[in-house]
Ligand binder design. Sequence first.
Ligand SMILES: C[S@@+](CC[C@H](N)C(=O)[O-])C[C@H]1O[C@@H](n2cnc3c(N)ncnc32)[C@H](O)[C@@H]1O
Length: 450
Amino acid sequence: MARLDRPVPRSAAAVSPLAVTADVLQETLHFRQPPDTLLARTLRGPQRFGPRLREAIGDALFAALRDLPRWHWLAAQRLGQTLTGEPDIARCRADRAWCEAVVRLAWPAAALPVLAERDPAAAEAVAVWQAQAATVDLSCAPLTVQWGGPSWLIDRWRAAVGDEVAELAAALRRPAPLDLRVNALRAKRDAVLAELQGAGLPAVPTAHAPWGIRLPQRTPLQGLEAFRRGAIEVQDEGSQLIAALVGARRGETIVDFCAGAGGKTLALGADMRDSGRLYAFDTAARRLETLPERARRAGLTQVQPMVLVGEDDPRLARLAGKIDRVLVDAPCSGLGTLRRHPELMWRHTPATVADMAVLQQRILRAAARLVRPGGRLVYATCSLLAEENEAVASAFDVAMGDLFEPLDAAVLLADARVRDPETLVERGYLRLWPHRHGTDGFFAAAWRRR
Ligand SMILES: C[S@@+](CC[C@H](N)C(=O)[O-])C[C@H]1O[C@@H](n2cnc3c(N)ncnc32)[C@H](O)[C@@H]1O
C-alpha cells in the first residue's frame, strides 16, 4: 500500500476524512462561519491528517458546495428517496447521512488515492457511488441541477445575461485563479512578473488592471521574497478595477467607507503614493483589526482606521462636504464571489437580498454627505444582482436630484490606464462577469458632486 501522509496514532486512524468533510459540510450549512474558517478549525483537531489529505478535504468540501443540487439529485437516487429539484437546505443540514452521501459523490477523482491511503473502505465506497452516478443521465434534470444554483438565483442570472446563463453558471463553479496586485510603492509590475516567473511560477499580467498579476491557482505566497517585502498583495482583478475607478491622487483626502480588512484601502493608499489622508471606516472593529499591520507591510503611513457606530456616526459630521473621493464598497450578498464562497447561494434568499438593498441605500446616502463639491463618489458591490447594483444607483440618482452627476466608468477607467475599459462597462457602470472577464462578479457606479 502507498505511504501514509504521517504515522497515524491508533485513535486518530479511526477518523475518516470522509466523515470529517461531511461534518464540516453540515456545519457550513448553518452559515455561522465560512467553510474555510470551519475547515481550518476542524483540521486543528486530533485527526493528524497530512498536507495532501488536508488539501483533499478542502477540495472535496468546495466541490460539494459548488454543485450541491447535482449531488442532492444523485444522492436522493442512491438513497432511494423521492427526487426533488432543489435541496431544502434546512432539511439537508439536519440529515447527517445526506451530508456524507454528498461528500462521497463530490470527492474529487484526483484526491481518491490519498483517501485510499488513509481509509481504503471509504475510497472504495466513493468509487462505487461515483461509478453509478456517472451512468445517470442529467440532461433531463431540472436547471437547478444542471447549473448548480437555487432557481430564484438562476432566474436572475438569466434575466441579466440571457443565453449566456450556462456559461455564467459554469464560470461561477470553477475555482478562482490567484490574482495579485503589485504595490506601486515598492515595485514595478514587470519586475515582479520577472521575479515570480524566475521562481518558476506561471505568472501573467492581468488583462485589464495595470498593477495586476494572475497565477492560475492557489499558491503559497508567504515564502516569496516579493510578498515578504510588501511588493504584492492578494487581490482579485475586479477589486483592483474598483480601486482604479476611485482615481485616488497624491495629497488628497479619501474615505474608504466600508473598508473591511482594507484590501481596497491598500490599493488606494498606493495610488496616493502614501501622501494625503486616507480614512478607513467600518462598523466591524474585528474586520479593521489587521489593517494597521497590512498597511505597515505595504509601506503606508497615511491610513487612519476608525470604527463607526453606524453609517450615521455623529463623528462623521466634521468631514461633511470635505472629502475628495469616497468609496462605498458596500456590504452585499457576495453573490458575485461564488467561485470562492459557493455557500453564499444557499445562505441568501430574495428576502435577504432585498434587506441588503435597503442597507446599501442608507450607507450610500450617508457616505455621499462627505463628498466635497467636485469630488467623486464610487458605489461598489461584489454582487451580480440588479437589486443591489443598478437599482441602488438609480434610487440614489432619484433621491439626490441634480446634486450628483453620474460619471461614465469607461472614461474613468481609461484615465486610470485600465486596458480596454469599454469592454468592462454597461450603461456607464463597471460590470464584471466571471464568464466574460475571468474576475469575480463586481458592479460599480461613480458620480461627481456638483
Ligand atoms: C464588501 S465588505 C468590504 C470589503 C473591503 N472594502 C475590502 O476591499 O476588503 C463591506 C464592509 O462593510 C461593512 N459595513 C457594514 N455595515 C456598515 C455600515 N453601516 N457602515 C460602514 N461599514 C459597514 C462590513 O463590516 C464589511 O466589512
